[in-house]
Design a protein around this ligand. Structure first.
Ligand code: CAA
Ligand code: NDP
Length: 286
């Protein structure tokens, strides 16, 4: 069904950990890389806790949890990714950081047919592809938060990506990981964020201008439109640094005011109020 058995995940933040969990639960051998031993321990704990919760809630058996954990390994040395068939990069939404990681992956991943993928929310894939010597093997594989729950994955081929890379990625996403894949052109924000981010920015502008309280804005969309969470809660879940970076990428691409980050968002990022991950954003998570 697939020739991809060994997967590397770069970054074990909320998305890296979630993608690693999805891959390991699907039977793949998964190695996760972080920059420091401390970050690795935080990531490992995040994964252990999530799998234990899944077992407690009866979504997986205790045997499945243990087998999944046995398929996960951890490293701070990207050199250990030499034998990976697929690497999914899931570090901070910053073009320079991601470009440097793709340059390193190009050096260390020795399998000639390995796919180098990014979970980027908005950075044009072609920029990462041309940083490598194998631009035909670079593709966007974009999961949604929380990755173990959300069924969608966007596949974003760059102009340079080969048909073979696209079809191998699609088989993996649909047949092995059991997700629903949609295809998007390599334009900043792809399909979902191009629609979602302007909506989140509008909600932040509405809050900033005092039209309604944060609770009323969120209740409006939860109770009026049956969204699982309102836009300010959702911004806190995504991470305000990520929302701001995605908005900036899309603004760079299209120069449309609807993608311009409102001042309040940037001030909150500057203050380190990034949402759930720092314990404070539009709401408090003490
Ligand atoms: C920025 C980008 O590039 C792209 C993006 O990802 S945009 C963001 C996309 N995500 C969304 O829009 C999230 C919208 N919100 C939701 O779907 C839901 O509110 C939510 C799944 C986050 C939480 O759901 P909830 O009903 O409020 O809470 P809760 O009851 O705790 O969780 C519901 C289920 O999800 C599971 N879940 C919640 N968070 C989880 C996590 N981090 N990992 C694994 N499972 C999780 C729970 O275990 C629970 O499962 P069961 O019902 O089977 O027991
Ligand atoms: N949040 C979301 O809802 C979604 C995010 N994405 C995308 O996934 C990616 C990761 O987002 P998310 O997991 O939320 O972010 P987190 O903030 O949770 O994690 C960021 C990760 O990047 C690492 N990192 C930070 N700075 C650097 C650096 N200079 N060099 C190498 N690694 C670094 C962090 O490691 P350390 O802990 O050591 O700093 C951590 O592993 C982004 O591209 C984002 O756009 C995609 C879908 C949804």
């Amino acid at each position: 069904m697939t020739d991809i058995e060994r997967v590397g995940i770069v970054g074990c933040g909320q998305m890296g950990a979630g993608i690693a969990e999805v891959c390991a639960r699907s039977g793949l051998d998964v190695m996760v890389a972080e920059t420091t031993g401390e970050a690795l321990e935080i990531g490992r704990t995040r994964l252990h806790n999530s799998l234990s919760k899944a077992a407690e809630r009866g979504k997986i058996s205790e045997e499945e949890r243990d087998a999944t954990l046995a398929r996960l390994s951890f490293t701070t040395d990207l050199g250990e990714f030499a034998d990976r068939d697929l690497v999914i990069e899931a570090v901070v939404e910053n073009e320079q950081v991601k470009t440097e990681i793709f340059q390193i992956l190009d050096q260390v991943v020795t399998r000639p047919d390995a796919i180098l993928a990014s979970n980027t929310s908005s950075i044009p894939l072609v920029k990462l592809a041309v940083a490598t010597s194998r631009p035909d093997q670079v593709i966007g594989i974009h999961f949604f938060n929380p990755a173990p729950v959300q069924k969608l994955v966007e596949l974003i081929p760059a102009l340079t990506t080969s048909e073979g890379t696209i079809s191998r990625a699609q088989v993996l996403v649909e047949k092995v990981l059991g997700k629903h894949a949609i295809r998007a052109q390599d334009r900043s924000g792809f399909v979902v964020n191009a629609l979602l981010i302007p909506y989140l920015l509008s909600a932040i502008r509405m809050f900033e201008s005092g039209i309604a309280s944060r609770e009323d804005i969120d209740n409006g969309m939860e109770l009026g439109c049956a969204h699982p969470m309102g836009p300010l809660k959702l911004s806190d879940l995504i991470g305000l640094d990520t929302v701001a970076s995605v908005a900036d990428s899309m603004y760079d691409e299209y120069k449309e005011p609807l993608y311009a980050a409102p001042p309040l968002l940037q001030r909150m990022v500057d203050a380190g109020r990034l949402g759930r991950k720092t314990g404070s954003g539009f709401y408090s998570y003490a």
